[in-house]
Each structure stands twice: as structure tokens, then as C-alpha cells.
Ligand binder design. Structure first.
Ligand SMILES: Cc1ncc(COP(=O)(O)O)c(C=O)c1O
Length: 404
């Protein structure tokens, strides 16, 4: 096999990112990656803050904040009055769960494909209130999205009070039938909290249509905003119940453009809000990268993920583990179990294959243990800076290793 680095070059758009040119970065889903131009805009907000701290914080920031919130709301098909910025989806989920309270014996429903931090927040809320955490076992591999709905609803009981629904799952990278789930659960009077960490910028989003009670999503993943930018959308009639983890300096204010709910979040002490303020510029930058704008960016990324998955399935001699319609810009593939793993796994343990792919082949791609170690999945991401040849290279390496 050739060791030529030319084989792992990204697409023509890679020059807009700061990603290392000697690494094939197939891991956008983990933490996102922000284009240089957007980082420059973020930096310009930091300059403004540091060159005139009082004036920027007290007078000027509100206008930039409103512009960012309005642009984001438009993108999400939501009202700017129903959205607040939070630093990340972990905060979004925690904000809801720490604001609500449950009764002893209530059931909080999550799934075996949820994200660690959000599972921890659900466990915390359940323990705090004497509620029970119920974990629905979702199938993977699977053939139809309806199997997800059936598995979810099979775990519902008359005591279910709240359900956490991942819009795009973390370990398996699947788009969930979120509209149907919200509607089915809502009909049963179950509070719906959607963890849309990956959804904005990966799939077309219409929060109005989804109509969840609570929806949180990251801007720093697929929207390519700087790290530390996310939102929480709260349905209008529920906003009085939701409070930030730190009550803001201007809580209690009623003056527009913010409503009382938003004033509670707006000024959570002195901090760097430049990531929020740069969200409008991320939306604009990504939306102008290719003809066709955002819909075309999402279409390309999805197509790349589907094509790359096909290549890898062929290399691994497996069938695609979920239908194409459930693939957004990530895809997970079952790979043979890890040979010898420490038990229990130490914190921050990196799978030996993931480490080998990075160290020996300069391919950054995560290996996750699912449903439990040593069973594992390889999860690829496809962002516009990636090229098909990067996945071809990965397929070639995997084929070669299997034949050894
Ligand atoms: C489904 C899901 N939820 C929540 C998160 C947490 O996102 P953040 O670290 O930005 O809070 C992630 C991160 O990858 C995720 O995959």
C-alpha cells in the first residue's frame, strides 16, 4: 500500500479550515471544526470587547447578540423569541432537567444510544427526585426507522414523565424519526426534550414543525460556528418554568428585544460570548460556500457519507447497518471486536485501532464501544472539507489489515 500523503488530501474547500493538512480528519461529528473566516470574525468580537470592555459588554453586545439570534432562528424555522444561546448541548439538556422536578416513582426515558453527558444529566435528575431512569433498547443494525419508534414506545409506561430523544444519535450516527416520536410521546402527555446536538447544519431543521417541548442543538458542530455556541428552544407556554444554570445580571428586565425568559439567560456573568456572536457569520459563510447554499452543503455531505459508508461496507464485507434514509453526515459501521481490552476501561481510553489509524495512517476517525466493549463501531463523518479519496484510503487500510 502506498504511503503517499497525496491520497488523503481533503476537498478543495479544506483550505478554508485550519485542520492539519497531513491528517485525514473524518471526525467532524465529535467537536466540529470552524472555518478560518469565522474564527476571524470571532476574533474581531474579542478585539471589540478587549478594546472597550464596558462599552462593548453593556451597550454594543446586545445588538450583535440579537442579530445572531435572529439569523439562527430564521435558519431553524423558529421564532427568535423562543431561543436562548447556551454554551453547548450538554448545557441545554442540563438546563431543562435542572429546571423541572419530578415525583418519586416517575419514569424518565432515554435510550441505549444517548450521549454520555446527557445520560449523566438524566441519572442526576432521576436520583435527585427519586424518579426511575428507563433505558429503551433501540436496534442497531436495523432496516426501518419504524423499528426505532416501536422500540421507544415499548418502553413507555403510564409513569413516563419525560423522554430524551436524540435527533441524530452519537454512537450510531443515525437520524431518528424525531417528528413522529415527539408527536407520539406528546399524545401520551410525555414531556419531550430533544437532544439535537448534531442536527443543525446536518439535516434541514424546522423547529416549528417538530414542536417538541424543548429542543437543544449545537452551532459548533455542523453549523461550523466557534466552540461554545449552542441554543435552547423552549415552547412559548413553557418558558416560565425554565431557568438558566446561572441567573443573568439583567433577569427581571422586561424591555425588548428580549422577553423575561431570555433576560434570565442573556448576561450570565462576565464571559466571552464571541462564539454566540459569530453564529450569524458561520451561517453566512457556510451558506455561501457552494452554489445552492445550505441545502447543497447538507446534500453533498450526506451523499459523501452514504458513498463513503458503501465503500467501507464493501471493504469490511458487511451490509449497511441502517437504511440510507437514516444517514445524515455521519455513519457508523460494526467492526470486529477489540482483541484484549482492560476491564474496566480506564477514563479516556482510546481504542487500539483508532490509535493505529491515527499514528500509522494519519486518519482521525473515532472507534466507539457499542453496545458495550469489546463490541465496537467505526464512526465516519463527512463535512465539505472531506474528499472521497480519504475514505478510499481508510477502506484500503481496513481491507489490508483484515487480510493480514
Ligand atoms: C447526541 C449528542 N448530544 C450531546 C452532545 C454534547 O455536545 P456538547 O459537547 O457540545 O455539549 C454530543 C456530542 O457529541 C452528542 O453527540
Amino acid at each position: 500500500m502506498s504511503d503517499s500523503l497525496a491520497l488523503i488530501k481533503g476537498s478543495e474547500f479544506a483550505r478554508h479550515w485550519r485542520l492539519r493538512a497531513d491528517i485525514a480528519y473524518l471526525n467532524h461529528g465529535s467537536f466540529g471544526a470552524c472555518p478560518k473566516a469565522v474564527l476571524e470574525v470571532q476574533d474581531s468580537f474579542r478585539w471589540k470587547l478587549e478594546s472597550s470592555p464596558w462599552r462593548f459588554q453593556v451597550i454594543e453586545m446586545a445588538g450583535h447578540h440579537a442579530a445572531a439570534r435572529t439569523a439562527l432562528a430564521q435558519f431553524l424555522h423558529a421564532s427568535p423569541d423562543d431561543i436562548v444561546f447556551v454554551p453547548n448541548a450538554t448545557h441545554g439538556v442540563n438546563t431543562v432537567l435542572r429546571s423541572l422536578s419530578f415525583r418519586r416513582g416517575d419514569e424518565l426515558l432515554t435510550t441505549n444510544q444517548d450521549y454520555f453527558a446527557c445520560r449523566n444529566a438524566m441519572e442526576f435528575a432521576a436520583r435527585r427526585d427519586g424518579a426511575r431512569l428507563v433505558v429503551a433498547k433501540l436496534p442497531f443494525p436495523l432496516e426501518f426507522p419504524e423499528q426505532i419508534i416501536d422500540a421507544f414506545l415499548a418502553a413507555v409506561t403510564p409513569r413516563t414523565r419525560l423522554a430524551l430523544i436524540d435527533h441524530v444519535t452519537s454512537p450510531t450516527g443515525m437520524i431518528m424519526p424525531v417528528r413522529e416520536l415527539v408527536s407520539e410521546l406528546g399524545r401520551r402527555d410525555i414531556i419531550t426534550l430533544v437532544d439535537g446536538a448534531h442536527a443543525p447544519g446536518m439535516v434541514p431543521l424546522n423547529l416549528h414543525e417538530i414542536d417538541a417541548d424543548y429542543y437543544t442543538g449545537n452551532c459548533h458542530k455542523w453549523l461550523c460556528a466557534p466552540k461554545g455556541a449552542a441554543f435552547l428552544h423552549v415552547r412559548r407556554d413553557l418558558q416560565e418554568q425554565i431557568h438558566p444554570l446561572a441567573i443573568s445580571h439583567v433577569a427581571g428586565e422586561v424591555a425588548p428585544p428580549l422577553n423575561p425568559f431570555q433576560h434570565e439567560f442573556f448576561w450570565a456573568g462576565t464571559r466571552d460570548t464571541s462564539a454566540y456572536l459569530a453564529v450569524a457569520s458561520a451561517l453566512k459563510f457556510m451558506g455561501h460556500l457552494v452554489e445552492g447554499g445550505w441545502p447543497e452543503v447538507m446534500r453533498r455531505n450526506r451523499q459523501l457519507a452514504v458513498d463513503a459508508r458503501q465503500l467501507l461496507c464493501e471493504a469490511l464485507h458487511i451490509k449497511p447497518p441502517c437504511p440510507d434514509e437514516m444517514v445524515g453526515a455521519m455513519a457508523a459501521l460494526p467492526i470486529p471486536p477489540a482483541a484484549a481490552l482492560p476491564d474496566p476501561l480506564p477514563p479516556y481510553f482510546v481504542d487500539p485501532l483508532q490509535e493505529e489509524l491515527f499514528q500509522r495512517w494519519q486518519i482521525d476517525v473515532p472507534v466507539v464501544y457499542f453496545p458495550r466493549p469489546p463490541e465496537r463501531l467505526l464512526r465516519i463523518s463527512a463535512q465539505i472539507y472531506n474528499s472521497l479519496s480519504q475514505y478510499e484510503r481508510l477502506a484500503e487500510v481496513l481491507r489490508d489489515r483484515a487480510g493480514r
